[in-house]
Design a protein around this ligand. Sequence first.
Ligand code: E4P
Length: 212
Amino acid sequence: MEIFLDSANLKEIERFSDYSVIDGITTNPTLLSKENSKLEDVIKLCKKLNLFIFIQTLEDDYLKIYEEGKEYYKIYPERIILKIPFSLEGLKSLKLFKKENIPYSVTAIFSLSQIILSLKYEPKYVIPYINRIGRYGGEPFKIIKDAKTVIKDNDIKTKILSASFRSSKEIEEAMVNGSNAVTIPSNIFEEILDNPLSKKAIEDFKRDYFKI
Ligand code: E4P
């Protein structure tokens, strides 16, 4: 099982990377611009901390996606995984990456049929957008469950990395329904860590011990 941080914030990445709480981070162009983080700085930090980093390509044409992806890969070949947004051009580029053993995932997944088309190229991960699927009327957890069946039945190694979360409940459901990995935004991470009931229990144990 793998846990990633869905963030391009340098401080957050350092905070959660200590002692391998996370395996790595996932970025996208929106997260980078929100944090005003330069991709080179985020890669540099991940390199220093030995973290995996998912980087999303921006180009539209498959040959350009391939060239763009190759440039990212060269910077940190040990732990960069490309995120190729689902599209016909994106799918076409996968064959080229596969030939060169460059690790790739397919992102911006909103349906089971998109996962099925992606699986033909055995990406390292498919990345369904849990909350967004739900917001647009879809059934994210059914998609994961069914994708898991397809993956198993066809003996494919692709893992399901669920993304786009707005609550810890969604993370729980995603894992229970067959995700291999989740990428968690820092606010939800903090919320899980900051459970008042856990805090109270720990304080009570301490208080009781010192009563002895
Ligand atoms: C991660 O890889 C995705 O880009 C991200 O989780 C999308 O999430 P959003 O719906 O919060 O933008």
